[in-house]
Design a protein around this ligand. Structure first.
Ligand code: SF4
Ligand code: SF4
Length: 464
């Protein structure tokens, strides 16, 4: 099979973010292949683990992908402080004769934001709402690179590595079949809540852009997908949990009454720093007169709130910058929704230029830990030399949509026997992805959203 066909057949999607189908992203030529190795969100451990443990697979995939793209540069964009991971990747590159470069980044957030990273590596700002390819770059996450190497050997994406961090006695790394229930994963860690805590919530992803699930029933039905990289246990009393419970109405109300127009949200905004027109303080200033602006007409509405379209949801403004604890990000999300409803758009700046202050206005990761109230977990890591725990649960529920684009179409029925690697649902069109099973068992049921598989009893438990 050809390079892209193999990747498409294996159902490879961007493992570090929203799950964009990789065969679509790689259907191009580019000057730069940038491997996102920043793991810039606090508390996440999985990419570092993969770099230390599977560096050969990652590096081999980098070589093949760079060749496919015709890329003159294959660059690991990695924080300089990840010394073990850099050493591991360098040694693998030498062993495998793959020419790679390293862009050692300072420890700041969001170093892993695709547009921030491309600007840092290439010196080029991507147009507003554009793609890295617009400036000759393709960005892939390290886990995606590992999956590409497996795909080229005919292995589909069926397992996921993820860390369990936060309020646990010790962070752990897991390798589980896609579709494993979150509760099964959490049960492998020793939860360590502070005295007097009334329970915990689960943060899926990192504290800046992840999703916090408080409801026990929702936790119970949630599963690991191709894009799950971390689960963090948070006490219910934690600042992040409380903040996640605020309604959009109360945030709007706060914005109207408490914004002091200090413009810190704008001055530290990573997208503003790369030259995009995004000034959240102006959006916040205008919220109180949204109704009257709306009556004035679409042009005024776009002029007042159109900046919101350039927001990437990184969360720096609300989780770090704002001295009043307000939520420009949520307001931008609100306006993005309103623009979709009203079918409005804003002209894009195709030639942004980075601010001369870009280096001075990065948010140091260490300060971010303090601001988020997670400093107690700052030095809590999966250490080099420690290995992952692999297990096979009694059942998996495998969603048909774990990617951007159309959901996959079921290719099995209830009662079918399936083997690890079998196709469970087929991609529906070009922007979609195949879904496979990582377990041997019987399909118990198929609904519109996914398939439940009961695992063969003799295979439940540890799998190395
Ligand atoms: S979330 Fe805030 S800081 Fe991040 S891009 Fe949007 S406005 Fe800027
Ligand atoms: S940082 Fe907060 S208070 Fe300052 S302008 Fe932005 S939203 Fe208003």
């Amino acid at each position: 099979m050809e390079f892209l066909e193999s990747i498409q057949a294996a159902g490879v999607v961007g493992a570090g973010g929203a799950g964009f189908p990789t065969h679509v992203k790689l259907n191009s030529k580019a000057e730069y292949l940038i491997i996102n190795t920043a793991e810039c969100e606090p508390l996440i451990e999985s990419d570092k683990y993969l770099c230390r443990t599977f560096a050969d697979d990652i590096v081999k995939a980098v070589g093949k992908t760079a060749e496919h793209l015709g890329a003159a540069h294959a660059v690991f964009a990695i924080k300089g402080e990840y010394e073990n991971e850099i050493a591991s990747l360098k040694a693998a590159a030498e062993r495998n004769g793959v020419k790679v470069e390293f862009c050692e980044m300072p420890a700041f957030y969001p170093a892993g934001d695709e547009q921030t990273m491309v600007q840092l590596v290439t010196g080029r700002s991507i147009p507003e709402r554009g793609l890295p390819l617009d400036v000759g770059a393709v960005v892939q996450n390290v886990c995606t690179m590992m999956n590409i190497e497996h795909a080229l050997s005919g292995e589909p994406v069926v397992d996921k590595f993820l860390s369990i961090t936060g309020a646990v006695a010790k962070p752990i790394m897991l390798c589980v079949p896609v579709g494993t229930h979150l509760n099964e994963c959490i049960a492998k860690a020793e939860i360590a809540l502070p005295a007097g805590s009334k329970g915990y919530a689960v943060l899926v992803g990192g504290p800046m852009m992840g999703r916090i699930i408080v409801d026990k029933a929702e936790i119970a039905k949630s599963v690991v997908t191709k894009t799950t990289g971390n689960l963090a246990i948070l006490p219910l009393e934690h600042y992040l949990v409380k903040r996640s419970q605020l309604s959009i109405d109360s945030m709007k109300h706060q914005a109207k009454s408490a914004c002091i127009q200090c413009r810190m949200c704008t001055d530290l905004c990573p997208r503003y720093m790369i030259g995009h027109e995004i000034r959240p303080h102006l959006v916040m200033r205008n919220i109180w007169r949204e109704n009257s602006i709306e009556k004035t007409g679409d042009e005024a509405y776009v002029a007042s709130f159109g900046d919101a379209l350039n927001c990437c949801d990184c969360g720096v403004c609300e989780m770090f910058s704002c001295p009043m604890g307000l939520s420009p990000r949520r307001m931008n999300q609100y306006f993005k929704q309103r623009f979709r409803e009203k079918k409005l758009n804003k002209e894009r700046n195709m030639h942004p230029e980075a601010s001369r202050f870009i280096k001075d206005r990065r948010v140091p990761t260490e300060r971010l830990y303090a601001r988020l109230g997670i400093s107690q977990w700052h030095d809590s890591h999966v250490k080099p030399g420690e290995t992952h725990i692999a297990f096979t649960p009694e059942e998996v529920y495998i969603p048909f949509r774990q990617h951007i684009g159309k959901p996959a179409v079921p290719a099995v029925n209830a009662g079918d026997e399936v083997k690890r690697g079998d196709l469970l649902a087929a991609a529906d069109g070009a922007v979609s992805a195949n879904i496979h099973t990582g377990v041997n068992g019987v399909v118990a049921s198929v609904d519109a959203n996914g398939a439940l598989i009961k695992v063969n009893q003799n295979e439940v438990s540890g799998r190395e």
